[in-house]
Design a protein around this ligand. Sequence first.
Ligand SMILES: Nc1nc2c(ncn2[C@@H]2O[C@H](COP(=O)(O)OP(=O)(O)OP(=O)(O)O)[C@@H](O)[C@H]2O)c(=O)[nH]1
Ligand SMILES: [Mg+2]
Length: 325
Amino acid sequence: MWKRLFSKKTNEEPAPQEKEAGFFGKLVAGLEKTKQGFVGKVEQVLSGRQVDEELFEELEEILIQADCGVSTSLYLVDQLRERAKEERITEGDRLREVLKEEILQLLQKDASPLKTPEEKPYVIMMVGVNGSGKTTTIGKLAHRFRQEKANVLLGAGDTFRAGAIDQLEIWAERTGSEFISHQAGSDPAAVAYDAISAAKARNSDVVILDTAGRLQTNVNLMAELGKVHRVVQRELGRDLDEVLLVVDATTGQNALSQAKRFQEAVPLTGLVLTKLDGTAKGGIILALANELNLAVKLVGVGEQYEDLQDFDAEAFVEALFGEGN
Ligand SMILES: Nc1nc2c(ncn2[C@@H]2O[C@H](COP(=O)(O)OP(=O)(O)OP(=O)(O)O)[C@@H](O)[C@H]2O)c(=O)[nH]1
Ligand SMILES: [Mg+2]
């Protein structure tokens, strides 16, 4: 499987996991709160109603409350207004379908999967604020790559938080990944350097680097992140394959400012949106897709291995709006 990944063929093939009913079921279960809290409200408001300005305003309110963000909510409702006029839609229930289509379009705008591996080692760096789910996501990804028979090496770049090194080492043991760490308190750039040089020496397929959580407003720590990234790039002699910002879906609109600030510190290649299972306000994914030029590449809908999924806009919208699930 890993060899196949290297052969570039996977770009044309849909990831098999997304075709599996079990994965879709997990997605549906993980999005249950948002389905009820957001889509449920939309349906309540639209059901049996005539399309008029009052209805659009109520929809706008629901979108904003579901964390879609003001500008994205206004954008979506404007699209609905326009299409209602053009397509002479008079019934609220029909608007549900239009909203579903518009949301899908928005989510597909910048969508792209994890980069296909071209060169060993395939390097992923994980960044984000404290507690967003970086280390857990690394564990889940390591598991996935190990299942594809890749040799994985995890680099314990969080030398700051007590227990962070042990936490990652447990994931390394669980997944059968190699592990590079220094003492707590040491320079994270040195750990990153060692992880890359070890991976080169050992011919590892994948390196995943953990980093300490940091607030996007902490100038010094953001600069440190830039340094770690530069060291990795230099030792690698090319760009990292993925620099992923891990965002907790329950943090609401703050996710946007996190993304903007982290993007200034390191060249992000995409987003991981975790804990979607823990919020009824999954609309944040729409704000992120609409307001940033960054793809949501992975979504976390629970704490099990299989709950980290490649983001698939169609499956996502179907899980939210689909009938009978
Ligand atoms: N429900 C749910 N919990 C998640 C998900 N992803 C991560 N978590 C939980 O979030 C908590 C924090 O996860 P970590 O992976 O330690 O977060 P981190 O970003 O590494 O945190 P720091 O290293 O402290 O910055 C853990 O309890 C995880 O189990 C998810 O998709 N769903
Ligand atoms: Mg961590």
